[in-house]
Design a protein around this ligand. Structure first.
Ligand code: BGC
Length: 364
């Protein structure tokens, strides 16, 4: 009897492990998002998961906490679980080793929002028009300060911030913005306060970059500037690459008597349409943001994934196919670009609330 029970137990255990393995190998799509401290990624992750599931795929999402080693582990786990396709918002080029092992295993990789640099092991990238994001930021400053009418005798003072130097998008945002601002710097009607790279290839670029897009890093740099280069000038604008950093910069500015006593902050740009920044825009603290609808990006990415998994050629409505702009350093990647939207006090109600992205009561 004992022997029979033991045999049954062994059979059950071995079946169990087969089932466990079987269950573990049913993952279709692994969704690797870079971080959660910038709110959008939580929305991206949730929307991707929802869209993938709605199309009948089994999917899992993981957040890398701005740590490439951690994200690589998460990606390896997806591969072990049998993922056939990975959608990756990477942190830095440390991701290339796992992208390469994915390719060896025949797993398709789509670079999501951020280009994966230094790799030729994937073919597709889906994002927004990142250069245009920067152009919107530059144009907002140009208009708000009326730069075409500015003079050398009475120049405008601007400080520059950029995103993470390991994020290819940060270059595009900055170069887009500087494509608008640079002529005014060169003609002398704009004075740059603090480090002054004119494009992302300048060696000074890393000095205005913000490690891992961290708010505390940007806040400290702004505080340092206010005590040094920006001590004896009244800033007219700060080029801030996204909302998280914009609010940190505004926090630092608001403690400086030059701005707190006059209640007149410099024009500060942003990006992402974060709810807290929409409140700042409404209240006149932040000048603008650039909205990139994560719902559209996620849904386009899952449509792309679906086509690739079915071996069909992708047709992504609402996105422009660009095969010439995004080079990993090893090859040009087929890129689908969605349209960003410029948001100010004048249109935030329509773009952010009437569209259903936020509820009116979210904007406190
Ligand atoms: C994204 C931005 C985001 C930033 C920080 C960039 O790659 O395009 O939307 O604000 O990363 O997470």
């Amino acid at each position: 009897m004992k022997k029979l029970i033991l045999t049954c137990l062994i059979i059950m255990l071995s079946l169990g492990s087969v089932f466990a393995q079987g269950a573990a190998e049913t993952l279709d799509i692994g969704l690797a998002m870079p971080e959660t401290h910038v709110l959008r990624w939580q929305l991206d992750g949730a929307a991707l998961l929802e869209d993938a599931t709605a199309m009948g795929y089994s999917a899992e999402v993981a957040y890398g906490d701005a740590d490439q080693g951690k994200q690589n582990q998460q990606i390896e786990d997806f591969i072990t679980k049998g993922a056939k396709l990975l959608i990756v918002g990477s942190i830095n080029t440390g991701v290339v080793s796992v992208v390469s092992s994915a390719a060896d295993d025949g797993v398709i990789v789509i670079a999501y929002d951020r280009l994966i640099q230094d790799s030729d092991d994937y073919d597709y990238y889906i994002t927004f028009d990142n250069f245009k994001v920067g152009q919107f930021q530059g144009k907002a400053i140009e208009e708000a300060l009326n730069l075409p009418a500015a003079t050398k005798a009475d120049p405008k003072y601007i400080t520059l911030f950029a995103g993470s130097a390991t994020d290819n998008n940060a270059n595009f945002f900055f170069d887009g913005a500087m494509s608008i601002l640079r002529p005014y710097v060169e003609s002398g009607v704009v004075k740059l306060v603090g480090q002054a790279p004119l494009d992302s290839s300048s060696s000074d670029f890393t000095r205005i970059a913000t490690e891992n897009w961290r708010a505390d890093v940007a806040k400290t740099r702004m505080e340092n500037l206010l005590g040094n280069d920006a001590k004896n000038v009244v800033l007219d604008a700060v080029l801030a690459p996204n909302d998280t950093l914009a609010r940190a910069i505004i926090e630092a500015l608001a403690t400086d008597a030059k701005y707190s006593t006059t209640d007149k902050l410099p024009v500060v740009t942003g990006q992402d349409g974060e709810v807290a920044s929409i409140q700042f825009i409404r209240d006149g603290k932040q000048y603008m943001t650039v909205f990139k609808d994560t719902r559209s990006l996620a849904s386009a990415a899952i449509k792309l994934a679906d086509a690739l998994l079915k071996g069909e050629s992708p047709v992504i409505e609402g996105a422009r196919l660009d095969t010439e702009t995004y080079n990993t350093g090893k090859k040009l990647i087929k890129s689908y670009l969605l349209e960003p939207v410029n948001v100010t006090k004048d249109n935030f109600q329509e773009i952010m609330i009437d569209s259903g992205y936020y509820k009116a009561e979210d904007i406190k």
